[in-house]
Design a protein around this ligand. Structure first.
Ligand code: PLP
Length: 462
């Protein structure tokens, strides 16, 4: 039995898969400040038009440019691995497979979209890109992509991660990017937050406001903004993960998986792995598809489905999604990439349809899972990825109880070699579990009542 299932470079998928083409009920449209659906031109100051076209596309398949593939070959196709050592430790009949996205130069799945986003910006004549970053994985991925493609890059990094993960900042600097802690004094949005909350740990919502402001105020008009998750085109670029996995499972002699798992912050790595399998489920396959989030930031499991802004300063269009409210300030848990108040609209619509089964875990359980992983498979995973591993362990133990040889597939979204302070805190017994109090949830979501309502439309098939 092979434990690493490799694809040849010539077998790399040459098209991305767009779930929007197959969802039984279409996405609710993004709305402008007047509450009316926005046209593509309203996004033009923020994104280049070639990416906006992908954002609104209903085409099932979208070609990956050869030049983009030429850069992705540095680490793609990524290996599909079988976690035989974990299986043995758990004494489970389940077969556990995972896509190892930690192979990329920055160490996560994020460059799968950073490279095409930088490439399309360059095609459009853009010279600089701004962005936000939580854990620092996205910022370093975009810095890497901009370096390879010769673009300038400015990253607003959430304050708590900036302090917890100084070496992520160094990585961004090695790749030539400028990285500042958010909220910063460089933008109106940042200055306003600092006046009201000088000691804030920051949030992705604040950092997004700053990055958008920095892009749209470039007097030369040569700067655009890039988002590392949530939006349709970002999820689209990540589907290369699931499309590779499908081919690799076949090579391993498997049909479809019984269970597909990924952690979900804004949803991009989960969507990237799972959407090609969601398509199979829509066509009748029986697959449990599970996005996992932290109990401290329970967007999918406790947030209402509503129209909300993507950022704190309310500059983005309104998106229909599960949300904790755009002013939500998450507690400083170590999985910095899982602290976003919203969730990708495509994932949310799939949840409304009943195609996905979201679940939430406390961080101590996730670090326990990460420690089990390190002592069996050997690698040290990102704190975000540990949420997926915790669910994998639960599912493998359930398969043992049921005596079923289930095939479990999950996304190993990144390594944790830049996230060791979280492991330190865990081993010193300093981590605490934090459940969002109901009254805080109600306080943060109260603002949604003043925004247009989002109708839960579903076909009723699942
Ligand atoms: C390693 C890793 N996994 C998962 C995530 C969560 O993001 P997303 O839900 O977009 O995949 C992040 C975000 O920073 C990350 O760095």
């Amino acid at each position: 039995m092979e434990i690493k299932i490799q694809l040849k470079e010539s077998d790399i998928p040459r098209q991305w898969y767009n779930l929007a083409a197959d969802l039984p009920t279409p996405l609710l449209p993004p709305l402008g400040p007047d509450g009316k659906p926005i046209g593509p031109e309203m996004l033009a100051p923020v994104f280049p038009m070639n990416l906006i076209e992908q954002e609104v596309s209903q085409d099932r398949w979208i070609d990956i440019p050869e030049e983009v593939l030429g850069i992705l070959y540095r680490w793609r196709p990524s290996p599909l691995k079988r976690a035989v050592y974990l299986e043995k430790f758990l004494d489970t009949p389940a077969k556990i497979y995972y896509k190892d996205e930690s192979y990329s130069p920055p160490g996560s799945h994020k460059p799968n979209t950073a490279v095409p986003q930088a490439w399309y910006n360059k095609q459009f004549g853009i010279e600089n890109i701004t962005t936000e970053t939580g854990a620092g994985q996205w910022g370093s991925a975009l810095a890497f992509a901009c370096k390879i493609l010769g673009l300038g890059c400015k990253v607003f990094m959430v304050r708590i991660s900036f302090d917890q993960k100084p070496f992520r900042k160094t990585m961004m600097q090695v790749w030539g990017a400028d990285c500042v802690a958010s909220p910063s004094t460089e933008t109106n949005a940042g200055r306003k937050v600092l006046e009201e909350m000088p000691d804030t740990p920051g949030s992705l919502g604040i950092a997004i406001s700053e990055a958008i402001e920095a892009a749209v105020t470039d007097p030369k008009g040569k700067t655009r903004y890039a988002l590392g998750s949530v939006l349709n085109h970002v999820l689209l670029h990540q589907t290369i993960i699931g499309l590779e996995a499908k081919k690799q499972l076949k090579l391993a002699g498997e049909k479809l998986p019984d269970v597909v798992i990924g952690c979900a912050g804004g949803g991009s790595n989960f969507a990237g792995l799972s959407f090609p399998f969601v398509a199979e489920k829509i066509s009748g396959a029986d697959i449990a598809i599970i996005p996992v989030e932290p109990e401290s930031c329970p967007t999918m499991t406790r947030g209402p489905f509503a129209y909300d802004f993507g950022d704190t300063a309310c500059t983005t269009p309104l998106l229909a999604m599960f949300t904790l409210g755009h002013a939500f300030i998450p507690p400083p848990i170590h999985a910095g990439g899982l602290r976003y108040h919203g969730m990708a609209p495509l994932i949310c619509q799939a949840i409304v349809e009943g195609l996905l089964e979201p679940r939430a875990y406390h961080q101590i359980k996730c670090y326990e899972a990460a420690m089990t992983w390190a002592s069996t498979e050997g690698a040290i995973c990102a704190p975000e990825t540990s949420h997926a591993i915790a669910a994998v362990i639960d599912e493998a133990l359930k398969a043992k109880e049921e005596g079923k040889e289930k095939v479990i597939l999950f996304n190993y979204s990144g390594h944790g070699l830049m996230d060791l302070s979280g492991y330190d805190a865990y081993m010193a017994g300093k981590l605490i579990d934090y459940e969002l109090p109901q009254q805080d949830l109600e306080k943060f979501t109260a603002v949604l009542k003043n925004l247009p309502p989002a109708e839960k439309r579903k076909s009723g098939k699942w």
